[in-house]
Design a protein around this ligand. Sequence first.
Ligand code: ADP
Ligand code: GLC
Length: 533
Amino acid sequence: MSHNVLNVLMVAAEAAPLAKSGGLGDMVSSQSMALRRRGVDASILLPGYECAFERVIAPTPLGYIRDLPGGDARLWRAAMPDSDVPVLLLQMDHLFAGRGSRLYQDEDGRDYIDNFARFASLSAAAARIAIGVRGVKRPRIVHAHDWHAGLTPLLMKLAGASARSVFTIHNLAFQGNYPLGLAPYAGIPSELLAPAPREPRSIEFYDTLSFMKSAIVHADALNAVSERYAREILTPQFGNRMEGVLAAHAHKLTGIVNGIDDALWNPQTDTLIAHPYGPDDLVGKHACKKALQQSYGLHIDPFAPLVAIGSRLSTQKLADVVCEALPAALARWPRVQFAVLGQGDAAIEDSLRKLAAEWPGRLGVHIGYDETRAHRLHAGADILLHASRFEPCGLTQLYAMRYGTIPVASRVGGLADTIADCPPSAVTHPIGHATGFLFDGERASDIFHALGRAFDAFAHPQAWRVLQRNAMQRDSSWDAPAARYHDLYRALVGGQSAPVVRAPRHANAAPPARRTSTAQRHRRTLADVRRSA
Ligand code: ADP
Ligand code: GLC
C-alpha cells in the first residue's frame, strides 16, 4: 500500500480466528478485511494470548514496549492465517499466556483478577503505538473496540498523540468498572476521577473507574453496532446506567450495522457442511438437515420443522426463558425438533441437558464451543430461534439468513434492524421482503407464540420458499458498513478538534529510551494537567 494510504490501528481483545468468545472477534477481523479491500491500511493490536501465537503466521519480534500498567511487553508482528490483515501481538506472558482460549474468565466463570492490568496494558500499548514505536507505521486513526480497549482514547490524549480515536460499543452490559484506587497504575490523573458534574472529562462512574465511560467521554467518534441499539442505549432500559453519559456525547454517536465475512459464511462454497447449496437450488440443504438430525440424535424426518439455537447460554440471550418455553413447544407441536449449540451459565447448561434426556429424538443439545458445528447448525436447520433481552447487533441471525434458515427473534437492537418481519399470516398476506419473524416480550409465552407463527408459515412451502429466498439474498456483506466507517475516518482526519486533556510535554516524541516507571510518568502527567487547568 502506498505511503499516503489511511492507516488505521484496530485495538481489541478478540480477532477471529486468533481469539474469539463471540461476535466481537468475528466483527473485528471481517471489518479489518473489508477496510483493506477499500484500500485502508487496517491492522489489529491484540493481546498476545497463547491461542493467538499458536494460530498466527510468521510472527516476527519488533521490540519492547516498557513500563505498561502490567509491566514490560514484547511486540510482535504477524499475519492472520486466513487473510492479509497484519496483527500486532502484545506479548506479556504473565497476563495473557497459560490460560488456553479463556479470554476473560477462569474455568469457574470468575473474571480474572488481573483483568484491569491486562486491558489497561492493551490500551496503553495502543497509545504508545499512536505516538510512535520503532518498526510500526504510526496510525492516523486508532479504532478501539469495547471496554477492553476503552482507556485507549484517553491515554492517547495524555500521551499527546495526533491520531484521532474511534470507539465502537459492541455491548454496553460489559463496562470494565474498577476501584478508583487503581487509576495511578494506568497513569490516570486524579483530576479525571472528580465527580462528573464538576469535571466533564471525568471517567468516574458510580465510584468506580470505568473503561467504557472513559471511551465514551474521550473518543473523537463513537458508534454502536446497529442503528437501533445506538438509540436504545440512550434509554434507561438499555443504557446500563450509562445513558446519561451517552446523552452528553450523543452528538458524536452513530449506529453502523455489522457486516459478515460472506466468503466464510457462504453455503455455496462452505466445505464444512454436508452439501453445498444456493438461493436457486436448495436441494443440498436437505442433505445438511439430515446430517444435522443424525449428529444431534434427532429422528430423521425431512418434513419436521427443525429449530436451531446457537449462542452463548446467558440471560442476555434469554436462554433461561427459552428453557421454560421448550417443553411447552415440544408438547404442542409433536413433530418439531430442536438442536442446541452453546455454552455459558452452568445452570442453563444443566437444564438443557436434562431436557434433552426427557425428549430423545426431539431435542438435541451440544454443550461446548465449536465453529464447525455452528456452520452445520445454520446449514441444516429450518429456523433459528434467536431470543435476546438486548442485542447490539447479533451475527448469528445474519449467518442463518444466508443459509436460508429463517430467524425467529426478539424485536431489539440489531435483530430488529436486520430482520424484516413477516406479515401476520404468511398465507393470506403477501410476504413482500420479509426475512423472518420478530416478537416483543421476554416471557416463555412470547417465544412460544412467535414459534407458532413460524411453524404456520413453514406448513406452506411456497410461502416458506419466498422467505428463504429473501433471507438468502439479503446483503449482509461489509460493503455498505465499511464505506460508512471509511467516511467516518476521512471526516476525522480531515476535521480539526483540540484534545480535551492537554498533552504532556513529550508529546509526539518517540517513547523515551530510558525506562521511566508508571509512577514517574503519572507524576509528570499530573503536573502537566495541573499546569493546564
Ligand atoms: P454475541 O457476540 O453476543 O455472543 P453474536 O451473534 O454477535 O453474539 O456472535 C456470536 C458468535 O459466536 C457467532 O459467530 C456464533 O456463531 C458464535 N458462537 C456462539 N456460541 C457458539 C458455540 N457454542 N459454538 C460455536 N460458535 C458459537
Ligand atoms: C457483541 C454483541 C453482539 C454483536 C457483537 C459484534 O458481542 O453482543 O450483538 O453482534 O458484539 O459486534
